[in-house]
Ligand binder design. Sequence first.
Ligand code: SF4
Ligand code: SF4
Length: 505
Amino acid sequence: MTAMLTSGIVVNGYRDMATRLPVARVPVCSELVLPLQQHIGTPAEPVVGSGDRVVRGQLIARARGFVSAGLHAPVNAVVLGIECRPVPHPSGLNGLCLVLAAEDGADWGSAGPEVVDPNSIAIPEPDIIRMMVRQAGIVGLGGATFPTSVKIKSGMSQPVDTLIINGCDCEPWISCDEMLLRERPGQVLAGCHLLRQSLAADRCVLAVEDDAPEMVAGLQQVIADCNSPVRLEVLPARYPSGSEKQLIHIITGKEVPSQGLPVDVGAAVYNAGTAAAVYQAVVHEVPLISRLVSVSGPGIGRPRVVEALLGTPVSELLRFCGGRTADANGLIMGGAMMGLGLASDEIPVTKGMNSILVTTPAMSQDAQGEMPCIRCGECARVCPARLAPQQLLSLIRNGDLEQAQQRWALEDCIECGCCNAVCPSHIPLAGYYRYAKGEIRKQGKARVKAQQARQRYEFRMERIERAKREREEKLRKKKEALQAANKARARAAMAEEARSFEDEM
Ligand code: SF4
Ligand code: SF4
């Protein structure tokens, strides 16, 4: 069942810009910087120290806790240390990183041959697949960076009927999934089989968009040639059909409940790049040490999709792609709609970095000032999460975040920016929602802190009371013992006196 997506917007994807050249590997650079936090969850814990020599693929930081992911050395190298360096994060703050110096002559090595027949690979037991995925440090490569083994585990505990492999590049200007599916379709299809086996899913659907006809034709051919059970679903290109909940709705017709998970409606969604990484980990035992990055935008000399080792500075990717044009004025990690502005090109490639967009002033030429809402309802019409953006805006402006959250499901906003794009009053609606969600999280944290402080105070008072009671009890017992001893002494003295009196008589 494929439902039509009536929400969302049609945008120029600019995808052809970075798909004219084949994928190329960025040369190994002398210093690699690997942030310990490249995933959702607890940061990885280093297992190597300054001066240690590490080999390509060796574990250098282990997963700490259940929701976490390990890190591996991308090349043979020497550990320079653990330092605070710029990392891709909205806060703009530095983060703890393992810094490696690549050995002279360190190279990419071989990641194994391209799969010819994805149906012929050996499929291990589900638990083995999950363990190998965890050992390889794989996270969602579409940008979500949730540890894949944890997602598999949750899919194993509830029935999954539809496994969806997301081959829709999630935003304009991003082309890495398209190039992966054009150049390495066998790896993705093999990953589909492994993920389907791990989840015992009834069917597997590979979803792509129709604005990349060359990729679609190639996939149809490969699937037909190997008689793959994977069903190819070609969707009309419409932003943001690549986002998880929208994709599930389009493919299955089911809606993931507010605050719910895909598995609640029997679905699981994995990015195409993640599926290829699962194939590399399970079949070739290669951990996640590199990824495809789309380097595009009007401000880059030679846009293309590159494969880069984790830890490579963005500056190296830009240099490899012909450098910035004279009018380049900014860098965005991700796409133009939801991406994160980067303050520096020294930020390293991380597991979640699917794109670097190099902007020019022409991209923001039509930016205009915010005007009053005219209640046209356009924002509600395009909202893929079926929210009421105008009501949310009014509640947020009035400071009523609780209503926005509890009655109007603010948390379900995926910050796609479709409402911004259609608002005739140029109101940056998604910015308001991002701010409000941040405030709610801050308030939630403050509430938890206050609750913990109150509990600490109550525990302390109880401890003081208990100590006081114990002290009093001790004193009482001591007093009783003293009184008993005094009585015994008095009785002994009286007995002694009586005996002396009898002797005198
Ligand atoms: S940013 Fe949020 S409110 Fe606006 S269209 Fe996207 S999901 Fe809807
Ligand atoms: S699109 Fe803009 S002007 Fe129209 S209702 Fe929404 S917020 Fe108001």
